[in-house]
Ligand binder design. Structure first.
Ligand SMILES: [Zn+2]
Length: 352
């Protein structure tokens, strides 16, 4: 209440780990392997690693072979005010399809994504009273899947960032087939109010991949890759927060205008207006009429920028313009000879 001393400082980073299925719901049984067991093994290993960090708190939606409904999983994460929700699953298909994919909540782009959503959402039929809990949601209807995407949009950029880091590790470290970051209408992700992803480790129905995922080696490698991605994500979030704090400080500072009049041509500023897994054409009609938008691509994440100038005062004006056009959360980023640098560093060298 009134007298808390820097509560933010000591708040741990809370990760909720969600092993898919459990109890009466075995998940998919491709090649006789059990999705619920593999998901739980991988989740427990991730948790064991993350718990070694004193500033990270790990919570589980289940630690044993029990049935937990999707609604309850989200509730656990929300109640804990978690910073991250990571759900782990295994895929299945009638073909020998194989590879990893990580989902964020969003409009399914094609039939295949809807099929995954349908399978992973179907568990609600096993839950008591599902109709009132999920407000008439029907897992078999694509329209229903679209209706649930609202609400997670706020966390979409961060969810995509984590999903990209996970897929990058699977691909680069473990050489798994990359089926990429995808969007789908997954109920379990819809229940949460924080960045959330659902990882499909691979296909149990594929002979080689099923064997790998059912092995201790496979489970160790997959959990290490996910753990590493979560740590990278945390690091990225922590450094961004510092930058945002600095911007805030400068805006309240009356002397800002005087300090920042010197322009250093080595430093360039841009306004980051969006980050998305969607590769958009940088025409004004895609960006609320803003002209000259540029983009970069990193691990399947596209970042979109407005403006390019060495003058901080000019970029602040462009930022204001982008905000007025509706990019409420846009922010200024700095580059030195093409490399992204912390804004604080850029501001120091423009002030000199
Ligand atoms: Zn599943």
């Amino acid at each position: 209440m009134g007298n808390e001393e820097n509560p933010k400082q000591s708040d741990p980073f809370v990760v909720v780990l969600d092993a898919g299925h459990g109890g009466k719901d075995p998940g998919n049984l491709g090649n006789g392997y059990r999705e619920k067991d593999i998901a739980l093994n991988v989740v427990l290993k991730i948790g064991e690693e993350l718990e070694k960090y004193p500033n990270i708190k790990v919570l589980y939606t289940r630690k044993t072979d029990v049935f937990v409904d999707l609604f309850e999983r989200g509730k656990i994460a929300n109640k804990a005010k978690a910073d991250l929700f990571v759900s782990v699953h295994c895929n299945s298909h009638r073909s020998q399809a194989y590879g990893t994919e990580t989902f964020v909540l969003g409009i399914h782009r094609n039939e295949t994504n809807f099929e995954v959503a349908k399978k992973e959402n179907a568990v609600i039929f096993m839950e008591n009273d599902y109709e009132s809990k999920y407000e008439g949601f029907n897992p078999n209807s694509p329209e229903s899947a679209i209706s649930i995407i609202l609400g997670q949009e706020e966390y979409l950029d961060q969810s995509i960032m984590l999903a990209s880091l996970i897929q990058e590790n699977f691909t680069n470290k473990l050489h798994r087939n990359n089926r990429k970051v995808k969007q789908a209408g997954l109920i379990v992700l819809h229940q949460t109010v924080m960045p959330s992803v659902l990882v499909e480790l691979g296909f149990l129905t594929n002979n080689a991949e099923g064997r790998y995922l059912n092995s201790t080696k496979g489970q160790n490698e997959m959990s290490d890759a996910i753990t590493d991605a979560i740590l990278k994500y945390k690091k990225a979030i922590d450094s961004n927060v510092e930058d945002l704090t600095l911007i805030g400080t400068h805006m309240e500072d009356d002397t800002e205008e005087d300090v920042l009049t010197v322009v250093n041509p080595d430093i360039e500023f841009k306004v980051q207006i969006a980050a998305s897994s969607r590769d958009l054409i940088t025409k004004p009609y895609n960006f609320k009429g803003l002209e000259g938008v540029t983009k970069t691509s990193e691990n399947g994440l596209y970042k979109y920028y407005y403006g390019l100038t060495s003058d901080y005062n000019v970029i602040k004006t462009l930022e204001e313009e982008a905000k007025n056009k509706g990019y409420k959360t846009c922010f200024v980023v700095a580059f030195k000879k093409g490399e992204k640098i912390p804004l604080s560093e850029a501001l120091k060298s423009t002030a000199n």
